[in-house]
Ligand binder design. Structure first.
Ligand SMILES: Nc1nc2c(ncn2[C@@H]2O[C@H](COP(=O)(O)OP(=O)(O)OP(=O)(O)O)[C@@H](O)[C@H]2O)c(=O)[nH]1
Ligand SMILES: [Mg+2]
Length: 216
């Protein structure tokens, strides 16, 4: 049974919509994260957003099809106030910082989280996302510190790279499962692990990959 309630009476191929909003300083890699999740290539020359865009993806969990609407917001200060109303009806929010920029982490803790607390009305799933994990050598924010902070605000922590694709699918998969509730978490995780669809990338796997490369 699909939801047939689109404005123009065209049948739509999902049962429920879920709004996800991604915020953080300009240049942390929000657009690349979304693009990568949508099956796109990493863009080394991406330009800053001058407005917010959304991309949709249908995912099947259990018996239902969910339309995930991912809102990519503009991080530049001049657009900050425009993005605020996107928090209002978002259920899932990702706060992104760049692991090579301490400033981006400080801004996440002050500007972006404060905006969310002020304007977010419905969110119940929150993530702190460290981006550009491929740039591990230039790390300015210790993973442990970011994890600790995430825990303190009740957020899930994830270290990602839009360049390599590490943990991008896992990030959204985890958040959507959290949104759907504990029964789904268990059921879907078991299913995906059985199929070998989920492989968690940790800091150690990144280092091992690099070591292997050196010896090749
Ligand atoms: N090495 C590396 N570079 C990245 C990664 N993700 C993004 N970048 C680079 O970081 C820069 C900014 O990326 P964007 O995705 O445009 O950043 P944004 O957060 O969307 O920026 P605004 O739209 O201005 O808010 C670009 O040069 C990207 O190529 C990553 O995972 N690894
Ligand atoms: Mg962008």
């Amino acid at each position: 049974m699909f939801n047939n309630s689109s404005d123009d009476d065209t049948p739509v191929d999902y049962n429920e919509e879920v709004k996800v909003v991604i915020v953080g300083e300009s240049g942390v890699g929000k657009s690349n994260i979304i693009n990568r999740y949508n099956g796109g290539q990493f863009n080394p020359n991406s330009v800053p957003n001058n407005s917010s865009f959304f991309m949709s993806k249908n995912l099947k969990f259990g018996e239902k099809i969910y339309r995930i609407n991912l809102w990519d917001t503009a991080g530049q200060e001049k657009y900050r106030s425009l993005g605020r109303h996107f928090y209002k009806d978002a259920y899932i929010v990702c706060l992104v910082y760049d692991i090579t920029s301490l400033q981006s982490f400080e801004d996440l803790k002050t500007k972006w989280y404060n905006d969310l607390k002020t304007y977010g009305e419905k969110y119940n799933v929150l993530a702190v996302v460290g981006s550009k994990s491929d740039n591990y050598e230039k790390e300015e924010v210790k993973e442990e510190e970011a994890r600790k902070y995430a825990k303190s605000i009740g957020a899930t922590y994830m270290l990602t790279s839009a360049k390599t694709g590490d943990n991008i699918d896992l990030l959204f998969d985890t958040l959507i499962r959290q949104y759907l509730g504990p029964d789904f978490v268990k059921k879907v995780q078991e299913m995906k692990q059985e199929k070998g669809e989920i492989q968690k990338v940790t800091r150690n796997t990144i280092l091992e990959k690099k070591k292997k490369k050196k010896f090749c």
